[in-house]
Ligand binder design. Sequence first.
Ligand code: KIV
Ligand code: ZN
Length: 516
Amino acid sequence: MTDSNRIIIFDTTLRDGEQSPGASMNTAEKVRIATQLERLGVDVIEAGFPAASQGDLEAVRTIAEKVRGLSVAALARTSKQDIDKAWEAVRDAARPRIHTFLATSDIHMEHKLHMTREQVIEAVVEAVSYARTFTDDVEFSAEDASRSDRDFLCRVFEAAVEAGATTVNVPDTVGYILPHEFGDLIRYLQENTSNLHKAVLSVHCHNDQGLATANTLAGLEAGARQIEVTVNGIGERAGNTSLEEVVMTLHNHRASLNLFTGVETREIYPTSRLVSTITGIVIQPNKAVVGANAFAHEAGIHQDGVLKNRLTYEIMEPETVGISQNRLVLGKHSGRHAFRDKLAALGYELEEEQFNHLFQKFKDLADKRKEILDEDIEVLYAEEILRAPDFYRLEYLNVVSGTQLVPTAMVKLAMDGVEMQSAGFGNGPIDAAYNTIAKMTGTRSKLMRFSISSASGGTDALGEVTVRLKENGFVALGKGADPDIITASAKAYVNGLNRLEYLKRNPSLSPEERGL
Ligand code: KIV
Ligand code: ZN
């Protein structure tokens, strides 16, 4: 392997990924993901779009200060104001990058930008040259490149590289191109742009036709050496190229493709879970590499084959992506030591106080259930990392519902240490519980997302509920887990309210401190 076979992984989970509907994250959550991305071994993280809001700028700045082992990029349009903000955000990074972009397709230039081709080239040159006055790591992206006139694109890239761009990126912004066409485009650009060899050529694909991974691989085969990806493929509309799919394909086919990355593949699964927990975006069970069923063999013939030799039906081992096959099942007699070992095998790190809290939750569950599976521990862990100070604590919940009853909830809450009790109605038992809790706490939050999933199979599985609440401009995620899904729902709601309350009571905190 030579350096020319080394693929640069540019992760944009915190920027394009955050553009997924409902996926906005607070600063502390972003720092947590950025720290995990560093552990995963990506080369560049795009931490945000500082010109979008002051909160975004401060989040990028915090990441730039704290996460030192990789390059931190900030996105900017071609205006000086945007570039100034991007620089303000990344200037203290160990390796700061400014990423500026402008659309180059006729449809965007005519209808969105109202700019001629010459004006676009001029703006790109000005922006790249200006960004180069701050840092020698400048990326230029030609938005909607895949629908742009090829010769014009060559001219734009030539001008960008001439002005000092060190990476030029070819986005398939609308996810429209076919793999063979994309490979062809990447080859064409290299053959027809005189100075392209002086910059790193990058690809950035969207998944509107389910082709983002195939297109990214086609780009690599044609000579691109940076790929822009997100964890779990989250992103605008149908999402971006999923990091884990491309990285594992390169890993599985390293002998024939002869391309490699710096990714520590065993960190893929913990990273995927963390992103899902923090964004509240549930991973589909059949998702390649990280879905719950990605390594499950259901058909008898398959099970028989795998038992005889895993290679019959498994093209990669779950351990390679960090899915522990140490299926040592824990139960109520398992002690702290076994529990700590299990957390380590799952790739989870916790501070002592969080560990103690999680261990207690595990013990409570083990009192109700004979066996505690890895999936249960993953759910309890997700609940733990979103824990907030207990302004409200659910002490008691009783719901009655059925075909002939008006669903009713009786709730006892400790509020700032004082116990209160009330009852209320709703369209269903969860609605009744939420109405009662809202009435008791006097809160008026809007429920922006409610999702329910089960940690494992079976009717006694641990239910995991995620909510996203909004009140007075504050947004908070809440999680709850319990074998009883109504209780899990109430816990998630109370957790979300606690996180909102924390924000409301601390308006003067910095964005990072305000994030829980
Ligand atoms: O999809 C796109 O074109 C983008 C650019 C800003 C790189 O996200
Ligand atoms: Zn994009």
